[in-house]
Write a protein that binds this ligand. Structure first.
Ligand code: KIV
Length: 267
């Protein structure tokens, strides 16, 4: 049985060259399963808005919804280190607002850390939250909450100037006190450069193999979503297929009077 992981374990993994495994999680039963497999970090991502609630992007997700999902995950008593995403508008408006909202994800949600998107522009926000003893995971590159600025979900940092800006972003979030940084949708050579330069762990998604850890959305690796799956996703199972088969059989057995039998009935 593995023991509860802390921020110290995550930092030690980079120091010792052990890759960090991260998966998103939004509910109790999934948290029980993923955690029993020994994942290092559970990320209660605002991707919940897309894969659970069916929105087109993450912008509509509220803090209340993130608290709800985080509480559900925490009820599974995970051994993994739990990070909760700060949704759009929960940290951009004011430092006081960011502090209060990060505090709610820890106090009401039960998370051990929060994640927010942005580089140099959010460095003061990261510092303000870290100063109240809440660890912050940063997130740079393809930041889904910036979908309208980016003009879609596009790989970032392909041009030299963009790459240098991302280097500066990575330095800024580390200097502001972030304990780790997600690198999303950037060329693998740039991810390797950032990973080599920073002392904090880099967690890649669509950023190649040279990061200190990897994160994927649980619905994507399980093959639960019908929609287009990006190049960086590896599907480890066809749970959609398994569910479709089970539900189709159930309907057929109910219609045919084969379910329930005496075995599933009371005397
Ligand atoms: O919300 C999320 O799931 C994320 C990860 C994909 C990094 O931010």
């Amino acid at each position: 049985m593995h023991r509860k992981k802390s921020i110290l374990d995550i930092q030690k993994m980079k120091a010792e060259g052990e890759k960090i495994s991260v998966l998103t999680c939004y509910d109790y039963p999934t948290a029980r399963i993923i955690d029993s497999c020994g994942v290092d970090i559970l990320l209660v991502g605002d991707s919940a808005g897309v894969v659970v609630a069916g929105y087109d992007n993450t912008l509509p997700v509220t803090l209340e919804e993130m608290v709800y999902h985080t509480r559900a995950v925490m009820r599974a008593e995970p051994k993994a280190f739990v990070v909760a995403d700060m949704p759009f508008l929960s940290y951009q408006v004011s430092l006081d607002g960011a502090r209060a909202n990060a505090g709610r994800l820890v106090k009401e949600g039960g998370a051990a850390a929060v994640k927010l998107e942005g580089g140099e522009n959010v460095a003061p926000t990261i510092r303000a939250i870290v100063d109240m003893d809440i660890p912050v995971m940063a997130h740079i590159g393809l930041t889904p909450q910036s979908i309208h600025r980016m003009g879609g979900y596009r790989v970032q940092g392909k041009k030299e100037e963009q790459a240098e800006r991302l280097m500066a972003d990575s330095r800024a979030v580390e200097a502001a006190g972030a304990f780790a940084v997600v690198l999303e949708g950037i060329p693998m050579k740039l991810a390797r450069r950032i990973t080599a330069e920073l002392a904090i762990p880099t967690i890649g998604i669509g950023a190649g193999p040279f990061c200190d850890g990897q994160v994927l959305v649980i619905h994507d690796i399980l093959g639960l979503c019908e929609k287009y799956s990006p190049k960086f996703v590896k599907k480890y199972a066809d749970v959609r297929g398994v569910m479709t088969e089970a539900v189709t059989r159930y309907i057929k057995e109910v219609k045919g009077g084969e379910f329930p039998t005496e075995e599933h009935s009371f005397n």
